[in-house]
Design a protein around this ligand. Structure first.
Ligand code: UDP
Length: 327
């Protein structure tokens, strides 16, 4: 099967392209390379193009017999989204609408969409089931929720079925070391803790030590990117098999505090992580943990790489060989 992977040169997209190729499919990576990396595209044909470019998308749909789309192409920085809502709504919502319009015109009727736990905002309870109220606290989260709603209407109006996958904390790297995370600027906990352990940055700022948790630091559900990738393949199979749309959380159901993650980084690297305790980061909820029951039941998905040790060990191995460190 040929699958168009929009944003396939990015972090989760490249792992999913590899997983598709391994399963015998052809990932057709569609990426603008504004954020994506050439080195992350080694598992199939590459089309350089922007999601805003309907004609380019239609040409890709003509050039390859695409049976489904997996869409990762979006901006992801919460803080930036609050400073520039127009940029986020234009890229994440308007450009995705262009993709959906091109799919409709080309007769492509299945899409797996990258959504996020940020659609829940500050949750009332934890773990969070999919039917929890949706009250995003950020422009980023709202941009993803808007697309979820648009997808619902495209199913009703055009029979385009969709899997909306709400990621918790994507982390780790390809266990074979062929791809991994490389954001610029980096804002995520694990790569920053690794850089601090390695002496590349002087310290890690620990945002918030007065949360009502076991050690005062915030709790998150870290899910290995290889497990996220496998969920996308299962979701595409689900769309083909059932012809029905789906919304599912992707997390482990197990939370770790920031301090627990820092300790895992220290165990794995053998280096101390210099930490400076800092105030809470605006908009950070105390705890975000998935109820992953639906993905387990409907997709038969089981994370197999998401122990905190494997997440940190694969991230550390990747950190030490990632191409940009030589740049
Ligand atoms: N965090 C931190 N220092 C950092 C980056 C993150 O203390 O330099 C904390 C952050 O406040 C949150 C957790 O680590 O509680 C995970 O943050 P990340 O940005 O990796 O993912 P998020 O949960 O925001 O999607």
């Amino acid at each position: 099967m040929h699958v168009l992977v929009a944003g396939g040169a990015g972090y989760i997209g490249s792992h999913t392209a590899k997983a598709l190729a391994r399963a015998g499919h052809t990932p057709v990576v569609y990426d603008s390379f504004e954020k994506g990396h050439r080195w992350a595209t080694r598992w199939g044909p590459v089309v350089e193009g922007d999601l805003a470019d309907r004609a380019r998308l239609l040409r890709a749909f003509r050039d390859y017999p695409i049976e489904g789309v997996i869409d990762f192409a979006a901006y992801i920085a919460v803080g930036e989204s609050m400073r520039d809502p127009e940029m986020y709504f234009r890229n994440n919502v308007a450009n995705t609408l262009t993709l959906l319009g091109a799919m409709r015109e080309a007769g492509v009727r299945r899409i797996v969409f990258s959504s996020t736990a940020a659609v829940y905002g500050t949750p009332d309870r934890s773990p969070i089931p999919e039917d929890h109220p949706l009250r995003p606290d950020s422009v980023y989260g709202d941009s993803k929720l808007m697309v979820e709603r648009i997808l619902g209407w495209f199913d009703q109006a055009h029979g385009i079925v969709s899997a909306k996958l709400r990621y918790f904390n994507a982390s780790g790297a390809d266990p074979d070391g062929e791809t991994g995370e490389d954001h610029d600027p980096e804002t995520h906990l694990i790569p920053l803790a690794l850089a601090a352990a390695d002496g590349k940055i002087p310290h890690l700022s620990l945002f918030g030590t007065d949360y009502p948790t076991v050690d005062g630091t915030a709790v998150r559900d870290y899910i290995h990117v290889a497990d996220l990738a496998s969920a996308h393949l299962l979701a595409l199979d689900y769309l083909i098999r059932t012809g029905q749309s789906l919304t599912a959380n992707l997390g482990t159901g197990q939370g770790y505090t920031v301090r627990q993650v820092i300790h895992a980084v220290e165990r794995v690297t053998g280096h101390k992580v210099p930490v400076i305790e800092a105030p809470r980061r605006a908009g950070d909820p105390v705890e975000l943990v998935a109820d992953p029951a639906r993905a387990r039941q409907t997709l038969n998905w089981t994370p197999t790489h998401s122990s905190i040790e494997e997440i940190v060990a694969t991230a550390w191995a990747w950190y030490q060989r990632r191409p940009s460190q030589n740049a």
